[in-house]
Ligand binder design. Structure first.
Ligand SMILES: [Zn+2]
Length: 172
């Protein structure tokens, strides 16, 4: 006797697993760090320009370092940074946490938050649409990557967001 219901369930399971795998698959992309030798400025871009580019401000040809990224990893960690910042805003713990910076503290958090939002916008540009983050149980510590934690806030920077790794001689 055959067992059609089990088979149907099995297929549905497999389809669900396949969809799940697709949702959790890495998305390859690139972030390029741009260094202007004249202004000594560093900025990143998600736009690839194989023929080089000049610094808008001064017209000098910039030096470029490409960093391969998993868009989903970058996005997930950025979202987690945003959650940490939102918590800090909510708890208004800022003055104690950043005592020496108490006055500047709030503005600094706002700048950090704006940087996270901007970074995710660039990542969305890479894939031309929304990015699904990894699930909550995904742990960035399993990555074979030099993560930098910004104390005391606990924000995490991936290698792609640490320009000194790509331009070690430049003080940022
Ligand atoms: Zn310049």
């Amino acid at each position: 006797m055959s067992n059609p219901p089990a088979k149907v369930i099995n297929l549905a399971d497999r389809r669900a697993k396949k969809e799940d795998d697709a949702r959790n698959a890495p998305i390859s992309g690139w972030i390029t760090w741009l260094f202007c030798p004249k202004c000594h400025s560093l900025e990143y871009s998600e736009i690839e320009m194989p023929n080089g580019r000049v610094h808008k401000k001064c017209g000098t040809l910039v030096e470029e370092e490409e960093v391969e990224i998993d868009v989903r990893t970058e996005y997930t960690i950025s979202l987690r940074n945003t959650k940490i910042l939102e918590e800090l805003f909510k708890q208004s713990k800022i003055p104690t946490l950043l005592k020496p910076l108490a006055k500047k503290g709030f503005g600094m958090l706002e700048n950090l938050q704006a940087a996270e939002v901007e970074y995710r916008k660039r990542l969305e540009n890479i894939v031309n649409g929304p990015v699904n983050p990894y699930p909550d149980e995904w742990d960035e510590k399993v990555l074979d990557m030099e993560l930098k934690t910004l104390d005391p806030l606990g924000l995490i920077l991936t290698e792609a967001r640490q320009p000194n790794l790509h331009f070690p001689d430049v003080e940022s």
